[in-house]
Design a protein around this ligand. Structure first.
Ligand code: URA
Length: 486
């Protein structure tokens, strides 16, 4: 066999070393330069850190400077959007394939529209897989609380949250902003085999790849996850295939609640039989809009309160509100008007919202329980506190409202509202005035119910009024901080 290369092979081969496997901007800049120099895909190697180019038997020549009159590079917006995601895929061929596609786009700017084209399809599949991986990271990162000691000062530095996650692709850095926004006021680390992220409440830093053993095991907050998950698990809605698709087995080992899955599946039929026997309703699929929530809660008879009163009172306010305020249940006037917080407690709330600088019409206002629970006394209807079970049943509607509005800040007024969010009894005195993390990453603040202020007099009232005002001022401050962080 002759060792002489064909003449065309004597042309130089180029290599671009990318500084990081997820550095799309570096790839894009080099790809533009290479196209302007007229370097075809087969003469260019893309190197990730830790790889060398022996593809052509040489280390590869760095890219030359493009001629001053080189034409501008054509990269359509759809291409760039897909390429940005596809570049994070773990397939080592991705940068070559993206460059080959960009090369073709110069002669055929419509190439991306040919959905049957196998190269376009492959890049789109990569982008889709990366988006799925990001979605799983958002859903399945579970922080565990650890106590951190500042070694230099030898003082207890308070709570730090650590999570372990195994992404399939190079998505860690691209998702840092999501976690910073969601958990802005916590100190946390996300450890992964592809690198780690650390947030100290002000600054984000990156660290080297980690191992699972670097992350802590269980902690007491996991009991909260487990009981929350068990309480929202609805046997009537169980579709094992769909559940496994949403929550693949791969992620189970990091999720405290996943320990319950086999047991819950096994018990599902029995639980459904109990629900039916008890006359409880199976709720079906979670409503996806405010209209579905209003219609569904109006029909709901899952607990006895559903049959009382005039009508269900759903939440009201902008569906993109940054703050959701949750009361206990509609009172007499709310039941008649069909709107939350229009009676005496609503007036107290309005006064305090105005003093804190929070516009009521920018807030989504709702209640933990959607119907009015009362006992008749002559012509009057006296408010009755809903039981823990009634609040837990009605959480179905509250969770649906939260998943539609997705507020980053939630304020619970009183113990019933706090239970509707936490799924446990909360002590207002102990838990007010600071942020609690909810399952979807939003921040919960807890304060007293305004009707409690109405029941007090004199000094006690002045004291509670001031404490309520201070809680609202803290929430207003958090709202401003979140808004300025975007
Ligand atoms: N009290 C509440 O908890 N909610 C209302 O809507 C009115 C009074």
């Amino acid at each position: 066999m002759s060792s002489a290369r064909p003449a065309a092979d004597l042309a130089p081969h180029y290599a671009v070393s990318l500084p990081a496997p997820d550095d799309f901007d570096a790839w894009r800049d080099a790809a533009r330069q290479a196209i302007q120099c007229g370097i075809p895909p087969e003469r260019l190697a893309w190197l990730e850190p830790g790889t060398t180019s022996d593809l052509f038997g040489t280390a590869g020549t760095p890219l030359p400077t493009p001629p001053p009159d080189a034409p501008a590079v054509r990269a359509s917006k759809p291409f760039l959007a897909i390429a940005r995601d596809a570049a994070l895929h773990s397939d080592p061929a991705r940068f070559d394939a993206l460059y080959a596609l960009l090369w073709r786009l110069q002669a055929n700017p419509q190439a991306m529209e040919d959905k049957a084209d196998p190269h376009v399809r492959r890049v789109e599949e990569w982008a889709k897989a990366v988006r799925r991986d990001s979605h799983k990271m958002h859903a399945f990162v579970r922080f565990r609380a650890v106590s951190v000691t500042d070694n230099a000062a030898m003082v207890d530095d308070g709570q730090h949250y650590v999570a372990w996650f195994e992404p399939d692709h190079h998505i860690v850095r691209a998702n840092a902003g999501f976690f910073v926004r969601r958990f802005a006021n916590m100190r946390w680390s996300i450890l992964t085999p592809r690198g780690s992220l650390h947030w100290d409440g002000e600054t984000l830093s990156e660290g080297p790849p980690a191992q699972r053993s670097d992350a802590p095991g269980g902690d007491p907050t996991e009991d909260l996850w487990r009981s929350y998950y068990a309480s929202i698990f609805n046997p009537a809605r169980l579709k094992v295939g769909a559940m496994l698709k949403e929550m693949p087995r791969k992620y189970w080992k990091n999720l405290p609640e996943a320990e319950l899955i086999p047991q819950l599946i096994a018990g599902a039929q029995a639980r459904e039989a109990v629900m039916v026997a008890a006359g409880e309703q199976s709720f079906g699929d979670r409503p996806r809009s405010a209209t579905e929530i209003a219609a569904g809660s109006a029909r709901c008879r899952a607990c006895p309160i559903g049959s009382l009163g005039t009508q269900a009172v759903p939440g009201e306010g902008p569906l993109d509100a940054r703050l959701m305020i949750i009361g206990e249940q509609p009172g007499d006037q709310e039941d008649i008007a069909g709107r939350p917080f229009v009676g005496p407690a609503g007036q107290v709330l309005d006064r305090h919202l105005a003093a804190a600088g929070i516009a009521r019409d920018a807030v989504y206002l709702t209640n933990a329980v959607k119907h009015f629970k009362y006992v008749p006394r002559g012509k009057r209807r006296l408010n009755q506190t809903p039981t823990a079970k009634e609040i837990d049943i009605c959480r179905w509607w509250l969770d649906a409202e939260r998943s539609v509005v997705r507020p980053p800040l939630v304020l619970a007024l009183g113990a019933s509202a706090a239970r509707g969010l936490l799924g446990r009894t909360a002590s207002i005195a102990r838990e007010r005035g600071r942020a609690h993390m909810l399952d979807d990453g939003s921040e919960l603040w807890i304060t007293a119910h305004p009707s409690y202020l109405l029941r007090l007099e004199g000094e006690a009232q002045a004291r509670e009024d001031a404490a309520f005002a201070a809680d609202l001022a803290a929430v207003a401050q958090r709202l401003r901080t979140l808004e300025s962080a975007g």
